[in-house]
Design a protein around this ligand. Structure first.
Ligand SMILES: [Zn+2]
Length: 466
């Protein structure tokens, strides 16, 4: 009963209201639907669900979550702060704009955005900048660090050079004006103390080294690395002369230092003073005889020099003091001046059996001062005329050489010998065996080089055999 009554009631009321309720909502719904659609469309149009990431006024990508980008920036800042040891702030933080990516553009992943930001975002930090002549060179996180860099800068050049104990460094100064200033600069300027020192001294903290291999020299290493030998030397002031050893480490980056450390050194060393020789002549002795009266002795002096170096390279050196420690002792000798009497017969004999292979005069652009007579090694060599042996011994390109003085200024020479049969001072007869054909000295095969000299001037030997 209650049920049917209730249903009747409902039906009853339902019949009362419909006209009123059904008409208005339909109208309202339509308007609402259109309005809502318009709102949704404009919302989606004006507030799309994606964001453009803008860096330095340029859209670098589209993301759906701004938080991802903010997190990436924070991570970068954190790692940069721990690298340099100071608080950092982004100089050009990214900005965001609700924007739909152009057709065909996909959203970038958080990894890609992080990579982009690490390349393009700059961080600023307040640190202690070392300025050289007004130019900011390098920054350090604390003033103490900056001061430590400057003090080790001086020490580098004050270290005594090993093995040269008589060097005293008298003064070290840096030519440029160096200041430490507290500044907010790009974190790219921050360096460790070691790298800061390298930059000041070498202009770069780049290190490229080469280990010397067996058989290499400065020139081959320079060539292989597209450098000049000069630059290689500049990069390696420790190399003295041309001496490098297998296993040595050479620097291949040419320094371009910001600073010039000038040092003034006092170098003290001893130098020997060579002795002079005083010659007296005695006509009772032959010219090849010599008597030493007093043996010579070198003296010694103590020299003090002032050496100015810039970045370790010597730029000037002057002698400031010289003190004689011992005077040299003059060597005194007596040399013979006795003339060999005329002994030659005027008619010479042929000095060796053989064929003339080279004549007196110009050949191949040089002057041949005698004749060459080819003969087997060991063939006896004969004195061309009577005379006295005035020289017997090794003489440079002549090899084993014998000179015979015939008097009247005539001397004959016998070169490239393999052995001798006479001694200095011996009187020899024309045709006497004085030695043997050889190839000593500057010679390509066994032969006798024979010369005739008149008062020291070489003459054509063949003129004496007419
Ligand atoms: Zn010759």
């Amino acid at each position: 009963m209650a049920y049917s009554a209730g249903s009747e009631m409902t039906r009853g009321t339902g019949q009362l209201l419909p006209k009123f309720r059904f008409r208005l909502p339909r109208h309202f719904l339509w308007t609402g639907f259109v309005l809502g659609l318009a709102l949704l469309v404009s919302y989606i149009y004006f507030f799309p669900p994606t964001w453009a990431v803008i860096l330095d006024g340029e859209v670098v990508g589209y993301v759906s979550q701004v938080e991802e980008v903010r997190k990436a920036v924070a991570l970068l800042a954190e790692s940069e702060a721990s690298r340099i040891g100071a608080q950092v702030a982004p100089e050009n933080p990214p900005s965001f704009a609700r924007r739909r990516p152009p057709r065909g553009t996909t959203l970038v992943t958080p990894e890609t955005i992080a990579g982009l930001l690490s390349e393009r975002i700059e961080f600023l930090a307040t640190g202690y900048v070392i300025c050289v002549d007004g130019q900011d060179v390098v920054a350090l996180p604390s003033e103490e660090d900056a001061r430590l860099v400057l003090s080790s800068l001086r020490e580098q050049y004050v270290q005594p050079i090993p093995g040269r104990s008589q060097v005293t460094v008298e003064e070290v100064l840096i030519k440029e004006n160096i200041e430490i200033a507290e500044k907010t600069v790009s974190t790219r300027m921050f360096r460790s103390r070691e790298d800061a020192l390298r930059i000041l001294v070498r202009g770069t903290d780049k290190i490229v080294t080469h280990i010397v291999q067996r058989g290499e020299c400065l020139w081959t290493i320079a060539q292989a690395n597209h450098m000049t030998v000069d630059d290689l030397r500049k990069a390696n002031p420790q190399v003295k002369g041309d001496i490098i050893h297998e296993g040595d480490s050479l620097n291949l980056v040419v320094p371009d230092p910001y600073i010039t450390v000038q040092s003034r050194e006092k170098v003290v060393f001893t130098v020997s003073i060579p002795y002079a020789t005083e010659v007296a002549y005695d006509d009772s002795l032959w010219p090849w005889q010599e008597r030493v009266l007093v043996e010579g002795k070198n003296g010694q002096k103590l020299v003090t020099q002032e050496v100015i170096r810039e970045n370790g390279q010597e730029v000037s050196r002057r002698t400031v003091d010289e003190r004689i420690l011992s005077y040299p002792l003059t060597r005194k000798v007596v040399r013979g001046s006795k003339q060999v009497p005329p002994m030659g017969s005027g008619q010479m004999v042929w000095p060796v059996k053989g064929r003339v292979t080279s004549y007196f005069g110009w050949r191949w652009g040089s002057f041949h001062s005698g004749i060459d007579i080819a003969a087997p090694a060991g063939t006896p060599v004969l004195a061309a005329d009577n005379g006295m042996v005035s020289y017997r011994g090794w003489n440079g390109g002549y090899g084993r050489l014998v000179l015979i003085d015939h008097g009247n200024g005539t001397v004959t020479a016998y070169a490239h010998l393999s052995g001798y049969e006479v001694s200095v001072g011996d009187r020899v007869e024309k045709g006497q065996v004085i030695g043997y054909v050889g190839s000593s000295g500057n010679s390509t095969g066994p032969h006798l080089h024979f010369e005739v000299r008149e008062n020291g001037v070489a003459k054509n030997p063949l003129d004496y055999y007419k």
